[in-house]
Design a protein around this ligand. Sequence first.
Ligand code: XMP
Length: 516
Amino acid sequence: MDKIVILDFGGQTTQLIGRRIRDKGVFTDIYHGEITLEELDLTDVKGIILSGSPYSVYEEGAPEPDYRIFDLGLPILGICYGFQRINTFFGGKVESLSTKEYGRAPVQLLKKNPLFQDIKDGFLSWMSHGDSISEVAPGFELLGVSEHHPAAVYNSEKNIYAIQFHPETSHCEQGFDILGNFALKICKANPEWNMDKYIELECNKIRQKVGDKSVLLLISGGVDSTVAGGLLLKALPSKQVHLMYIDTGLMRKNESEEVANNLKMLGAENLYLINAEDRFLSPLSGIEDPEAKRKIIGDMFIKVQEEEVLRNQIPSDAFLAQGTLYTDLIESGKGVGKKAQVIKSHHNVGSPLVEAKRNAGLIIEPLEMLYKDEVRQLGAILGLNKEVVHRHPFPGPGLGIRVLGEVSKEKCDILREADWIYINELRKRKLYDKIWQAFAVLLPVRSVGVTGDARDYSFVLALRAVTSSDGMSADVYDFPTKDLLEISNMITNSVKEVGRVVYDISSKPPSTIEWE
Ligand code: XMP
């Protein structure tokens, strides 16, 4: 399948570049910006994009591409920092100028060029740069200018394009079409990417890899693992597919029953539903540190899983399938960006068992190239019901990281009840689908209140609701005050242990979506 490679230098919107091009039907692959040509798989690659970056090209440690990419004869497009890298490499100048450009800026087009085919002269671009091109490199001609700076250049001999603005953001007028022009008209990539094609390719891949061996998939109850299960059951005879669901006691209300029903609906034959509440809650007793809690939960998952695999006689050479998404890999520091930091240790990436299976070549991650909304699309095509497909993400460690500080069954029960009221109300009020993720958090503080005429000393509960496209960044959901007040009231009226409700108004960054 034809594809476009994106080299990521750490820009905020690199993911979006990929999404926009996929939306035009062309597959994209993102690599860290400093990958060498030897490491890069160039099969079916029709063009390369250099992303933006928080760095300035002259800063120490600023990432640089392997410059031999300019000799491959493939069309190249540099965006923002990518532009500045190209310009300095070919002998132009980049400076921090006094007139910086942020926000909307009209671009005057100077020449006809396929990059701007059907793009109107004077379109409003989206700028976000402190440094600017002060001298365009020899061999490059100006295609467009903003009020103060070169906005687009082209080197016809090398087939290299560079633009200062961000076509991937929704604020850039016709930006998606500019990216589409690059992928389809300049790179001439065949638009072969769509979900049906993906299912066909992925099912073939799974069948080829697995042969007649067994596959084990741990189901968390979330969208990702359920969709991964659906895909496995489509690719393989159901007797080869073993689905294991571990109830950690850290699940939401009614979750286990719903998961079991969904999997049966998918045609699962080998379904193992394991109640391990005590096994998870005992080692968590007395533990307050979030990373320690994550580790305990992650390790216990592996332990319970290993024991259950033996007990249920799942073959030792079984493949392990995971519903890992692209964004999970990135946040765990495993994906793009050499300098990527581990923000949180997602337990479904890189556990010893996963690594062992990976080293033995026994791992399948059929969703690893997908973003959440693509997974939802896939789930719908596989026939999962709307409620499962549009379910908000739920972290692997579950309520273990939503009961802040020490976790206990009593606290989980309180949180389960409050969260259930919150989510149910969102559904009833038709707010659920406007929100990327909503949940309640039980704080390790109590506050004074008054019920009847008596003094109360009860828990504080925080409500979180964010909008996002992939969980990598998030905005606070602008909650209608009336709904918020009514929901808060319902919770304090029904859950007697909660005496106060607060609403979390922090975006990501600087906060993360989960509190721990
Ligand atoms: P944060 O809190 O890092 O979360 O902003 C980003 C997204 O990832 C989810 N999340 C997890 N998912 N295992 C998971 O499978 C984890 O350990 C984990 N921690 C966070 C979080 O709910 C949000 O959707």
